[in-house]
Ligand binder design. Structure first.
Ligand code: SAM
Ligand code: SF4
Length: 385
């Protein structure tokens, strides 16, 4: 056992005489010893690794309307193993891998966001579970200091195999898309899906503790606006799930019925109440886009996301990262900031912070659907819902 004097002399030998000067920033590499992305520099003492920005440097982002921007949705891929009629055409060309953010680039941008107060992340797509290495990526995102909530929106088709590894990697919750419980209709709406895979995925998510389970249903006139709405509401009588009815939104030129077949929130609510009686309010926080209600005595809840007829822009603290590295400031507007190009051109952590902070500051107040303004640039799968 070394004496106190020996310990002090060992310690002092290992300390450099002064803090190393950062002479040259090297290309990004991953240091497995440090969660997330580490930044290596060449110094007078050889290569050193600068750990992620500590919490004390966090400067929360705000937009020009004073909304705090703290929620980042990341599209992990524009590709999908389904082809939902309201989301994308059946024939699709997806972006080549090299045009998408790599895992290291995503981690780096998550660190940039976390240093600006992003504390909540949702992984989406396309279908996020089909991204190769998604479990490892989730593990690394979950370890970024400052990220408190990590969720995913998924069609659940692959959750039977992935729910447990994802939960063990640090994923907390899932939102699962289910537009009907009728097998044939499910296949018709998703074009390629089997509802058995969906139920197995939901069960696997429950068993893995990815709770609370939220079930998203986009209600489309003449597809699933009738018995389906009732069937989904009935699920909440016995299950502690939140079924959320979403008004269909229009994007670019995906399909004409995105505008003609919207079913307004109050119509869906009336339909549910015609069978189950008046719904009880559960307490709306004006931040979550979903307004929650309950069928009296039910274990779960019903939520209504009325993006088209009653927008909830005043509480929006979200920005989005598209799979090809653009910071999208509003789901329903084409305003974007290119992060991929500066990142690949070697922009520093501080420069990327500046870009993200400036982008967030210019977040538009809200969408312009009621003035007939439709985002033309991308379909939903390319943005991430
Ligand atoms: N593939 C995953 C899924 O389906 O859950 C995640 C990506 S998907 C684009 C995210 C959410 O957007 C899903 O809940 C989906 O139902 C919803 N969505 C897709 N197209 C939509 C549209 N035109 N209007 C409203 N919601 C839409
Ligand atoms: Fe795929 Fe989700 Fe779009 Fe359906 S909604 S096609 S599952 S990305």
């Amino acid at each position: 056992m070394p004496t106190q004097k020996e310990r002090r002399s060992m310690h002092s030998r290992s300390l450099p005489p002064s803090p190393p000067k950062l002479e040259e920033e090297l290309p990004l590499v991953v240091d497995p010893a440090i969660p997330g992305m580490a930044r290596p520099f060449r110094t007078g003492y050889g290569q050193v690794t600068v750990a992620p920005v500590p919490d004390t440097t966090i400067e929360p982002m705000h937009d020009s309307y004073g909304r705090r921007i703290h929620y980042l949705r990341i599209s992990l891929t524009d590709a999908c193993n389904l082809r939902c009629v309201y989301c994308m055409p059946e024939e699709m060309t997806f972006r080549p891998r090299r045009e998408l953010l790599s895992d290291d680039e995503i981690i780096f941008l998550v660190q940039v966001g976390a240093s600006l107060g992003v504390n909540k992340i949702r992984l989406t797509g396309g279908e996020p579970t089909i991204r190769p290495g998604v479990v490892e990526l989730v593990r690394r995102i979950a370890q970024v200091p400052g990220i408190q909530d990590l969720a995913m929106t998924t069609n659940a088709i692959l959750l039977k195999e992935l729910a447990r590894p994802l939960a063990e990697a640090g994923l907390k919750r899932v939102n699962i898309s289910i537009d009907t419980i009728q097998p044939e209709k499910y296949h018709r709406i998703t074009r390629w899906g089997s509802i058995d895979d969906l139920w197995e995925g939901i069960q696997a998510a429950e068993e893995a503790g990815l709770l609370p389970i939220k079930l998203n249903s986009v209600v489309v006139r003449n597809f699933n606006d009738d018995q389906d709405v009732i069937d989904l509401a009935r699920l909440t009588l016995k299950k502690p799930w939140e079924v959320r009815y979403i008004e269909m939104m229009p994007f670019g030129h995906v399909t004409d019925f995105q505008q003609t077949n919207v079913v307004p929130y109050d119509e869906i609510r009336r339909k549910v109440e015609s069978v189950f009686g008046p719904l009880e309010e559960v307490g709306y926080d004006y931040v979550d886009p979903s307004r929650p209600f309950r069928i009296p005595g039910a274990k779960g809840t019903l939520g209504f996301i009325s993006s088209v007829t009653e927008p909830f822009c005043q509480g929006c603290g979200r920005i989005r990262l598209t799979a090809d590295g653009k910071l999208r400031l509003c789901l329903l507007r084409d305003d974007e900031v290119d992060l991929l190009t500066p990142l690949r051109n070697g922009a520093s952590f501080e420069e990327m912070r500046q870009l993200m902070r400036d982008g967030a500051f210019h977040k538009p107040w809200g969408h312009g659907l009621d003035q007939g303004e439709i985002a033309e640039g991308r379909a939903m799968n390319q943005i991430g819902g």
